[in-house]
Design a protein around this ligand. Structure first.
Ligand SMILES: [Zn+2]
Length: 115
C-alpha cells in the first residue's frame, strides 16, 4: 500500500523558508507568520551603499555563429543601459539580444514597520 509522504513535490512547492532559523511557513497564508513577520526585498537606496551598476552584454550572433559579446560597461541607470542598447542596435543591424548583469544593493524590509 502506498502512503503519502509529507514531502511530496507538489506540496513542498507551496512552502518556503522565511528565515533560516524559523520554521517554514505557508506562502500566501496570512494566518501563519514567523515571529519576524513578513519581509519584502527592495533596492537599498541608503547613502552608505555603492551605487547600482548595470552591464548589458550583446549576445547576438553573426551568420557564422560568432557571438558579438560587446559590453556597455558599467552604467549607473537603466535609462543609460537602454540608450546603449539603442545605439548598439543602430550600429549593428539585428543585434537585439542581450544579457543584463546587475550589481544592485538590496535590503529586506518589514512589510509592517515595527511599533
Ligand atoms: Zn552586438
Amino acid at each position: 500500500m502506498m502512503s503519502e509522504t509529507p514531502e511530496a513535490p507538489e506540496r513542498s512547492a507551496l512552502w518556503a523558508p522565511a528565515h533560516s532559523d524559523c520554521r517554514p511557513r505557508r506562502v500566501g497564508k496570512s494566518e501563519t507568520t514567523t515571529r519576524h513577520g513578513d519581509w519584502r526585498l527592495r533596492q537599498d537606496d541608503g547613502p552608505d551603499v555603492d551605487p547600482a551598476a548595470y552591464v548589458l552584454v550583446c549576445r547576438s550572433e553573426a551568420e557564422d555563429g560568432t557571438v558579438c559579446g560587446a559590453e556597455s560597461g558599467p552604467v549607473p541607470t537603466t535609462d543609460e543601459m537602454r540608450e546603449w542598447a539603442r545605439k548598439h542596435e543602430w550600429n549593428h543591424d539585428d543585434h537585439r539580444s542581450f544579457r543584463l548583469l546587475a550589481d544592485v544593493a538590496m535590503v529586506m524590509v518589514p512589510e509592517v514597520e515595527p511599533l
